[in-house]
Design a binder for this molecule. Structure first.
Ligand code: HEC
Ligand code: HEC
Ligand code: HEC
Ligand code: HEC
Length: 223
């Protein structure tokens, strides 16, 4: 056989071999198809990004029901509200406010209504330093007693900041937190009357694309 013939022979053999392999692969003669396993859908509850509580400011901007904040629908204007205590010196919550459960700190350290509300103007909040705050300014009230947490919140380490990291972007430099840069108020996450953050179910772990037992660790040892 001369060189030319030999080359042609090898090419023909190779072509036939590859054609056979292609046929074998397309008919899937070797191996089994990977099992397709059904991925459970993500619980849509876990995808929600809004906070679990709506502050007074949120209620105003969404034009929601504000009856609970209409203090003078029931109270007499100009009259000082007096707190009632039982014989064990525990604050008595009247039936009209039975939806309020006081539990601010361990041993009810901060349950006195007028540590926060103004006793002669119920529509105002009253921090220690004598400022008169509106309901939508409640974060400053919290900050008047929780200095370190407030400082962390301002720096973005406590609570939640959404939008641009770069504060020179739209809205951020106006100082009113308009636009895409938004900080959540303390009362979006903490109930002012019982601020302990309620425990929550953690989100499930990620789904593996393969069978459940085929974790990266088991794959490493078995292959
Ligand atoms: C549905 C009617 C109603 C509304 C609205 C209402 N109150 Fe009252 N509140 C009452 C009644 C009734 C009492 C008990 C009688 C009293 O002491 O005057 C009371 C008592 C209180 C007390 C004394 C609590 C205690 O333990 O002794 C405070 C403080 C108070 N209210 C604050 C407010 C504030 C602040 C608002 C608005 C943000 C408000 N209330 C809205 C009906 C109401
Ligand atoms: C630690 C501060 C603090 C204390 C103590 C406190 N409040 Fe409040 N309260 C607030 C703040 C802040 C808001 C507004 C919250 C918001 O924006 O959702 C509020 C809202 C309210 C409201 C209207 C909304 C609602 O939850 O019904 C009523 C009524 C009220 N407080 C009554 C009382 C009474 C009565 C007491 C005492 C038994 C009391 N508060 C003690 C801070 C306090
Ligand atoms: C008058 C001062 C005062 C104000 C105003 C105040 N707090 Fe407190 N807060 C306290 C004290 C005192 C404790 C109890 C600390 C302890 O028990 O060690 C406390 C405890 C807490 C805790 C821990 C609760 C727990 O049970 O672990 C949270 C969260 C909290 N406050 C959030 C807030 C928020 C949110 C506001 C604004 C609505 C606020 N506080 C306003 C004094 C205040
Ligand atoms: C986005 C939600 C969110 C916001 C906004 C927020 N907090 Fe909290 N806060 C939490 C969570 C979650 C915890 C931890 C609860 C736990 O560990 O059980 C917490 C814990 C706390 C505690 C308990 C002590 C500590 O530091 O661990 C205090 C006090 C407190 N927050 C105060 C505030 C104040 C004051 C503000 C506003 C300036 C604020 N928080 C804003 C979610 C929030």
């Amino acid at each position: 056989m001369n060189d030319n013939k030999q080359t042609r022979f090898i090419l023909v053999v190779l072509t036939i071999a590859f054609a056979l392999l292609a046929a074998a692969f397309s008919l899937d003669l070797f191996g089994k198809p990977a099992p397709v396993h059904q991925l459970p859908l993500v619980d849509t509850e876990l995808l929600k990004t809004e906070t679990w509580r709506r502050s007074y400011a949120d209620l105003v901007s969404s034009k929601a029901e504000l009856d609970a904040f209409d203090c003078y629908a029931c109270h007499e204007q100009g009259k000082k509200q007096v707190l009632k205590y039982d014989d064990k010196q525990q604050l008595v919550i009247p039936d009209e406010h039975s939806d309020i459960v006081m539990g601010h700190g361990t041993h009810g350290r901060n349950n006195n209504c007028f540590n926060c509300h103004d006793d002669s103007n119920l529509l105002q909040l009253q921090p220690r330093d004598g400022r008169a705050l509106k309901f939508e300014q409640s974060t400053m009230l919290c900050g008047s007693c929780h200095g370190p947490t407030y400082r962390d919140w301002e720096a973005g380490m406590h609570g939640r900041t959404s939008g641009y990291w770069n504060r020179t972007k739209e809205g951020a430099d106006k100082g009113d937190f308009d636009g895409p840069f938004k900080k959540q108020d303390c009362v979006n996450c903490h109930n002012p009357h019982s601020p302990k953050f309620p425990g929550r179910q953690p989100a499930p772990p990620p789904n593996y694309l393969r069978e459940k037992h085929d974790t990266p660790e088991s794959a490493q040892t078995s292959h």
